[in-house]
Design a protein around this ligand. Structure first.
Ligand code: IPM
Ligand code: MG
Length: 353
């Protein structure tokens, strides 16, 4: 179990440190875990001039899985686009063909009051967003900013070929099959040809999964339905751009973006695991960040890449116990209650592990 650890920037190193403690416990209990550390994002730019250096690419390619913290910070905002930390993230996803991004949004009952939505709307929420991660307007060519007729014009290209749509559709149908058997595909086919193709191909793939109930929804409606009646959803599948936006929205239903892990998988279940939140530069170095999303990302890694369902459950159960016992970081604490820091939250998880 070779794991490349890329802590990144901001709160990345602090939250990854707690997840590594969890991995060390699993190793002590017999899993053949090997960790190797590398640079990505702003810290990689500082050290090498590039957000995804060749050495990191070698390390990540040779590993079975990657554990990533977060990238980015205000000090990098003025760098040329190619050197921005976010480019490192986009590059590793693309270079490792991590096209299937799984973003679960689960509401832990103990945190129901941390959601900005009413208890009844979110209680029991369990959604899986399957986001395509290596195509769409994120990577489409041509792209750029240029002069046309004396004024600047900015443009990007939204593009999917049917093979790209088909493979993410299969991932989503399989996920729905293992869950409640409901899949909602999100597009904007009333305006965008690219997503008309999306809808056509998803509908074709559906023939292979007669036991899954497929529905389609336009993205604006989906954004609205997610806050109106989110429990209507089981699995949602959508493209890179819509998935970026809807997964942030879904995360907030659960109370805190600090709770949600993610997996980005290739065809062979090699994966990159990261919290869905960012580097939170304002919290960095202050022992304030919630490490649970990163710790839960290790659980997803055990489940999807290493097929260690027991280890995954063990981690998830410890997190549930910690929440039940009332230990809270600042992002999930109810007003006036006491909160603990990043390390103490790690201690609590380890004590229950
Ligand atoms: C995410 C992030 C990234 C994305 C950024 C940091 C490039 O928002 O993982 O959702 O847009 O994919
Ligand atoms: Mg995002």
């Amino acid at each position: 179990m070779k794991i490349a650890v890329l802590a990144g920037d901001g709160i990345g190193p602090e939250i990854v440190a707690q997840a590594v403690r969890v991995l060390n416990v699993l190793r002590a209990d017999g899993l053949p875990i090997e960790l190797e550390h590398g640079l990505i994002g702003g810290c990689a730019v500082d050290a090498t001039g590039e957000p995804y250096p060749e050495a990191t690419h070698q390390l990540a390619s040779a590993a079975d899985a990657v554990l990533l913290g977060a990238v980015g910070g205000p000090q990098y905002d003025l760098l040329p686009r190619q050197q921005r930390p976010e480019r490192g993230l986009l590059a590793i996803r693309k270079e490792l063909s991590l096209f299937a991004n799984l973003r679960p949004a689960i509401l832990y009952p103990e945190l129901a009051n941390a959601s900005s939505l009413k208890y009844d709307v979110v209680a029991g929420l369990d959604i899986m967003i399957v986001r395509e991660l290596t195509g769409d307007i994120y990577f489409g060519e041509p792209r750029g900013i240029e002069m046309r007729d004396g004024q600047r014009v900015g443009y990007n290209t939204m593009v999917y070929n049917e093979a790209e749509i088909r493979r993410i559709a299969h991932v989503a149908f399989r996920a729905a099959n293992k869950r409640q058997g409901k899949l909602c595909s999100v597009d904007k086919m009333n305006v965008l040809e690219c997503t008309q193709l999306w809808r056509d191909v998803v509908t074709e793939v559906a023939k292979e999964y007669p036991q899954v109930m497929l529905s389609h929804m336009l993205v604006d409606n989906a954004a609205m339905q997610l806050v109106r009646y989110p429990k209507q959803f089981d699995v949602i599948v959508t493209g890179n751009m819509f998935g970026d936006i809807l997964s942030d929205e879904a995360s907030m239903l659960t109370g805190s973006i600090g709770m949600l892990p993610s997996a980005s998988l290739d065809e062979n279940n090699k994966g990159l695991y990261e919290p869905i939140h960012g580097s939170a530069p304002d919290l960095a170095g202050r022992d304030l960040a919630n490490p649970l999303a990163t710790i839960l990302s290790v659980a997803m890694m055990m489940r999807y890449t290493f097929n260690q369902e027991d280890a995954a459950r063990r981690i998830e159960d410890s997190v549930k116990k910690v929440l039940r016992s009332g230990v809270r970081t600042k992002d999930i604490v109810e007003s006036n209650a006491k909160s603990v820091g990043t390390k103490a939250m790690g201690d609590a998880v380890l004590a229950n592990l």
